[in-house]
Write a protein that binds this ligand. Structure first.
Ligand SMILES: Cc1cc2nc3c(=O)[nH]c(=O)nc-3n(C[C@H](O)[C@H](O)[C@H](O)COP(=O)(O)O)c2cc1C
Length: 180
């Protein structure tokens, strides 16, 4: 069945390792017949949630105008969300975390999303064990949101732009897209 998939990328670095992973994932998912949209969250301006609890009461998801208000409509209409991100300080980069925090607005605004499934692709410099924080956060989020976890891919040992090109992980990311 054809699905709409929203890929949320977390890196501010243009053409970096996670952007390449996202491209590979999108290629697989598109060739499998799905509709794939990418939103480059890491390159956007999103403030932290201020917990004002006025979400959606002023005709927009967040009462404070920032780029989250252009991401929210994409989240409202997608079947699946895929996070593709670098590891920053053992967790999500601030811009992507701010967007995740602002998904709180769907709860306060009483918006029922149709997201059913999710996936995480994450890369970083160090060894696999340092990814435990982001994996745990992701799993807690999936459980809380009652999404079905379609799996995660940890890409260790990539630091500089393009490091991922000499690994097998782009093939794995494409396969994850193709198997959706
Ligand atoms: C602010 C910052 C924090 C980082 N924190 C970590 C970290 O905690 N663990 C790690 O293994 N790599 C860390 N890294 C390295 C990146 O995860 C790594 O360079 C990654 O390949 C960048 O992905 P990108 O090319 O898509 O931007 C950090 C990099 C930056 C800029």
């Amino acid at each position: 069945m054809k699905k709409s998939i929203l890929v949320l990328t977390g890196s501010p670095r243009v053409g970096g390792n996670s952007d390449l992973l996202a491209d590979a994932f999108k290629k697989g998912a598109t060739e499998a017949g799905h509709e794939v949209i990418q939103c480059e969250v890491g390159k956007k301006n999103i403030m932290g949630c201020k917990a004002c609890d006025t979400c959606y009461s002023k005709g927009k998801p967040c009462s404070f105008d920032d780029d989250f208000n252009s991401i929210a409509p994409l989240l409202e209409k997608t079947d699946m969300v895929v996070f593709v991100t670098p590891l920053y300080w053992f967790t999500f980069p601030a811009q992507l975390k701010a967007a995740i925090d602002k998904m709180y607005s769907f709860i306060i605004g009483g918006k029922k999303l149709k997201i059913k499934e999710s996936m995480l692709l994450v890369c970083g410099e160090d060894e696999e064990s340092v990814f435990d924080g982001i994996i745990n956060t992701y799993k807690r989020m999936v459980c809380y949101q009652k999404w079905t976890d379609r799996g995660h891919l940890i890409v260790p040992g990539v630091l500089n732009k393009g490091d991922v090109l000499s690994t097998e992980y782009l093939v794995l990311a494409e396969k994850m897209g193709r198997n959706i």
